[in-house]
Design a protein around this ligand. Structure first.
Ligand code: G4P
Length: 528
C-alpha cells in the first residue's frame, strides 16, 4: 500500500447533533486536547468572527447560527485528526448531509435531558445510508436527565442502532458523581472544570470496598448492579461491528465541564477508522493506490467579500494530492492545477504542498466546481454515494427585473452548484422552482442574487412538500407520466425527472396507481 504511514495516522470525522446538544462545546474540548486552541471560548468567538467576514453571513450571524462547514485539523497522540464541522441549524441540514459523505466516522452528541431529537434522527438516517461508524456521547450529565438505561433504550429504539456502553454514569444532575470506565475498569470522579487535563481516573476494582468510600454505599451498590448487568448483556466491544456501523460505543459525560471527553477521545483514537476504500461509478478505488483521486463535497462562496472566489472543499480519497500538478476534472473533461491549495490547521489557513487520503483541501474556485465533482490523474469515474435529498419547501423563482435575466440565470445556476438550494424546471415549461430545507435559505439566495449578481427576484410559495426522483424500466410509461402530470412534474438540474408531491396522501396515491414507476426521496448525484 502506497503512503501507508500517512493514511494510517489520519482520522477524518464529524460531530453531529441536534442544535444545542453541545456540539460546539465538545468540539472546543477536543481542540483543547489537541492543543489546537489554548483557551475555552475560542471556538465560539471564532464562530462569530467567521460570520462577520461576509455580508450575507451577517444574516446568519444575526440569527446566531453557524452555517459554515469548516474543517479543523489537529494532532493528538501522533494521529492527524480532521474534524469537519457541520451546521447544526436545520435549515442547513443538506450541507451537513453532504459533509457526512466526506468523513470516515462520526461522533453523535445527545442531550441527556432531551434524549433523541428530530435532527438526531435525520442525521442518523444519513449515517445509516453509508454504514458510517458512530460513537455516541451522552452530554449534560450534570443536569437532571433521563434515567441512564431509559436513555440507552430510547436511542436504540429511535435510531435503530445497537449500543455498547463504554462508561456508566453515577447519577445525574446535582448528584452526578462521575463515570465508571468499563474498558479501563477505572472510576472517574466528576469535577466541574473546563481545562483539558484535570480529570483523574482512579483504577479501582468494582468490588473494592474503596469504591464505597469514594461514592457512598448506595451508589456503589447501584453501580455494581449496573456493571454486572452491562457486562452480562454486552461483553467486550466488537470492533468489527463498530467499523461496519452496526454497533455504537456510548460514553456519558459533560462537555462544558470537560468531563468524560478524554475517555471518549482515547477510544476514538484507538478504534475509529482510518481512510478506507471508496466506491466509484467505475470500480472500487483503493485508498492505498498510488494515483490521486478525490471529490468536492462542499463549496463555500465569498468568504472574503472583496473577492468573488469560492472555496471548493476537496476530500482526498487515494494517492497523494500535490500543489501545481495537473489533475483531471472528470465532468468538464479538463485538466486543472492548483497553485494555492490550503489546509485547515486550526490556527491558520496554510498553503500546502501535498495532502493524503482523509485530508480536506481548500481549492480556490472561479466557478469550475459543483458538488460531487471528481478529480483524478486521468481516469474517468465519479465517487458514488453523494446524494441529493428532497427539499422541504418549494418556491417559484420570479424575476423582478427582465433586464437582468441573464444575471439571474447565471446566479441561480452557480448558487445551486454550491448546494445552497436545488433547482427544478417545470416539465415542458420554463417555470423555475427552488427547493430548500429551510426558509432562511430563500433569504440568503435573494440577498446573494442581488448583491453578487445584481439580479432582483422574489419567491412565490408552491404547495409541494417533497420532491421524488422517479425512475422506471419502461421509458415510454415514464415519459407519458411526466406529460400527464405536468403540473406536478419537473426536471432537476441534471435533467432527471422529478415528481413534486403536494402531500403524503397524493404521493401514496401516485405510488399505488403507478406500480411501474419508482419514487425515490434521494437522488445519487453520480450512480455506479
Ligand atoms: P450546539 O453546538 O450543539 O448547538 O451546542 P453548544 O455547544 O453551543 O451548547 C449549547 C448550550 O449547552 C450552551 O449553553 C452550552 O454551554 C451548554 N452545554 C454544553 N455542554 C453542557 C454540559 O455538559 N452541561 C450543561 N449543563 N450545559 C452544557 P448556552 O447557554 O446556550 O451558551 P453559553 O452561554 O454557555 O455559551
Amino acid at each position: 500500500m502506497k503512503f501507508e504511514k500517512e493514511i494510517n495516522r489520519r482520522k477524518t470525522f464529524a460531530i453531529i447533533s441536534h442544535p444545542d446538544a453541545g456540539k460546539t462545546t465538545l468540539t472546543e474540548k477536543l481542540l483543547l486536547f489537541g492543543g489546537a486552541i489554548q483557551t475555552a471560548g475560542a471556538v465560539k468567538s471564532n464562530k462569530i468572527k467567521k460570520h462577520a467576514t461576509s455580508d450575507f453571513m451577517e444574516i446568519e450571524r444575526q440569527r446566531g447560527i453557524s452555517v459554515a462547514t469548516s474543517v479543523m485539523t489537529f494532532e493528538y497522540q501522533n494521529m492527524l485528526i480532521n474534524l469537519l464541522d457541520t451546521p447544526g441549524h436545520k435549515d442547513f441540514a443538506e450541507d451537513t448531509y453532504r459533509t457526512l459523505t466526506a468523513v470516515d466516522s462520526v461522533i453523535l452528541v445527545i442531550d441527556s435531558v432531551n434524549g433523541v431529537e428530530d435532527q438526531t434522527r435525520r442525521l442518523m438516517e444519513v449515517c445509516r445510508m453509508r454504514d458510517t461508524p458512530v460513537i455516541v456521547f451522552i452530554n449534560k450529565m450534570d443536569r437532571d436527565g433521563k434515567n441512564r438505561f431509559d436513555l440507552l433504550e430510547e436511542i436504540e429504539a429511535e435510531l435503530k442502532l445497537s449500543l455498547h456502553p463504554m462508561t456508566l454514569p453515577i447519577n445525574s444532575g446535582k448528584d452526578f458523581k462521575g463515570v465508571y470506565d468499563l474498558h479501563n475498569k477505572s472510576l472517574v470522579l466528576f469535577t466541574a472544570n473546563t481545562k483539558a487535563d484535570d480529570e483523574d481516573a482512579i483504577n479501582i476494582d468494582i468490588n473494592d470496598p474503596e469504591l464505597d468510600k469514594k461514592i457512598g454505599t448506595t451508589d456503589a451498590a447501584t453501580l455494581r448492579e449496573d456493571v454486572e448487568l452491562v457486562d452480562g448483556v454486552y461483553g467486550e466491544l466488537d470492533n468489527e461491528a463498530y467499523l461496519k456501523g452496526k454497533i455504537a460505543p456510548v460514553f456519558f459525560g459533560s462537555a462544558v465541564n470537560n468531563f468524560g471527553v478524554r475517555e471518549m477521545l482515547n477510544t476514538f483514537i484507538r478504534i475509529a477508522p482510518v481512510p478506507r476504500d471508496r466506491e466509484t461509478s467505475l470500480r472500487t478505488i483503493e485508498v492505498g493506490e498510488p494515483k490521486f483521486s478525490g471529490f468536492i463535497f462542499k463549496i463555500h462562496a465569498n468568504l472574503d467579500p472583496k473577492h468573488r472566489d469560492r472555496i471548493a472543499f476537496l476530500r482526498v480519497c487515494s494517492g497523494r494530492f500535490e500543489r501545481n500538478k495537473y489533475y483531471h476534472h472528470v465532468r468538464l473533461d479538463k485538466d486543472m492545477r492548483f497553485s494555492n491549495p490550503y489546509s485547515f490547521l486550526a490556527r491558520s489557513k496554510d498553503i500546502i504542498e501535498d495532502a493524503y487520503p482523509g485530508d480536506v483541501v481548500g481549492l480556490f474556485d472561479t466557478g469550475n466546481f459543483k458538488i460531487g465533482d471528481t478529480l483524478t490523474e486521468g481516469e474517468d469515474f465519479y465517487f458514488t454515494g453523494i446524494p441529493s435529498f428532497s427539499p422541504e419547501i418549494f418556491k417559484e423563482l420570479v424575476n423582478k427585473d427582465p433586464m437582468k435575466t441573464k444575471q439571474l440565470e447565471k446566479g441561480i445556476s452557480q448558487l445551486t452548484d454550491e448546494g445552497v438550494a436545488q433547482l427544478f424546471t417545470q416539465f415542458g415549461g420554463t417555470k423555475k422552482i427552488i427547493g430548500c430545507v429551510g426558509e432562511l435559505q430563500f433569504e440568503v439566495i435573494q440577498y446573494r442574487l442581488l448583491q453578487e449578481y445584481g439580479a432582483a427576484c422574489e419567491f412565490r410559495p408552491l404547495p409541494f412538500y417533497k420532491a421524488c426522483w422517479i425512475t422506471s424500466n419502461d421509458k415510454v410509461k415514464l415519459a407519458d407520466y411526466m406529460r400527464f402530470k405536468q403540473t406536478n412534474t419537473a426536471e432537476d438540474k441534471d435533467g432527471n425527472p422529478v415528481y413534486l408531491a403536494q402531500s403524503e396522501w397524493f404521493l401514496n396515491t401516485e405510488r399505488t396507481n403507478n406500480p411501474d414507476i419508482t419514487f425515490h426521496f434521494t437522488s445519487e448525484i453520480h450512480k455506479s
